[in-house]
Design a binder for this molecule. Structure first.
Ligand code: FES
Length: 166
C-alpha cells in the first residue's frame, strides 16, 4: 500500500514536471512571438528623425505643402521668403492637426490660427508652431529631423532651422 502511494506521488510529481516544462515551452514561445511582433512594429514605424520630404527643386513656389501634415509625421513643409522650413502640424493648444485655409493655418478644434511662419494669429493657442531641424542630403533632397525643434521665433534664424533656396 505504501508502495502504491509512493508510486502515485511520483507520477503526480512527474506530471507536474512535465506540465512545468510544457508551460515553460509555451511561455518561451510566447516571448519569442512577442519579440518578433515588437521588432516588426518597430520596422513599420517611421524613424523619429530623417524624413525625406522630396527634392529641394520640387519646392518651386511659396506656400505650405501639407503632404505630411497627418499621422504619423504631423509636419508641414513651407517655402517662404527664400527659405524652406518645416513646422509641426500639431496645434500648440491641444495638439489637433491644423489645416491650410489658403492664407494661414487654422485649427479645427478651437479655432486657433497661425501664420505660415508658425506665429500665433488667433488663440486660444499661445505658442507658435515649433519648427524642426531641416537640411539637404547629397542627392539634393530635403530631410526633416523631427528630433530637434526650434520652438520660438527667436530660434528661427538658426541655419539648422531652414534650407536656403539659393
Ligand atoms: S487644439 Fe487647436 S485651438 Fe485647441
Amino acid at each position: 500500500m505504501a508502495h502504491m502511494e509512493e508510486s502515485a506521488a511520483n507520477r503526480t510529481a512527474g506530471m507536474n514536471r512535465r506540465d512545468f516544462v510544457a508551460a515553460a515551452a509555451v511561455a518561451a514561445a510566447g516571448i519569442g512571438i512577442l519579440a518578433v511582433a515588437r521588432a516588426s512594429a518597430q520596422a513599420t514605424q517611421p524613424a523619429a528623425a530623417g524624413i525625406d520630404v522630396g527634392a529641394k527643386t520640387d519646392y518651386s513656389k511659396d506656400g505650405p505643402v501639407m503632404t505630411w501634415a497627418v499621422a504619423p509625421n504631423h509636419l508641414i513643409v513651407v517655402r517662404e521668403s527664400g527659405k524652406i522650413y518645416a513646422t509641426t502640424s500639431k496645434c500648440t493648444h491641444k495638439q489637433c492637426d491644423v489645416a491650410d485655409d489658403g492664407t494661414q493655418f487654422t485649427c479645427p478644434c478651437h479655432h486657433s490660427a497661425f501664420g505660415y511662419d508658425g506665429a500665433v494669429v488667433n488663440g486660444p493657442a499661445k505658442k507658435p508652431l515649433p519648427r524642426y531641424a531641416i537640411s539637404t542630403n547629397g542627392d539634393g533632397h530635403v530631410i526633416v529631423d523631427t528630433s530637434k525643434q526650434f520652438a520660438t521665433a527667436d530660434t528661427w534664424t538658426d541655419p539648422a532651422s531652414f534650407v536656403a533656396l539659393s
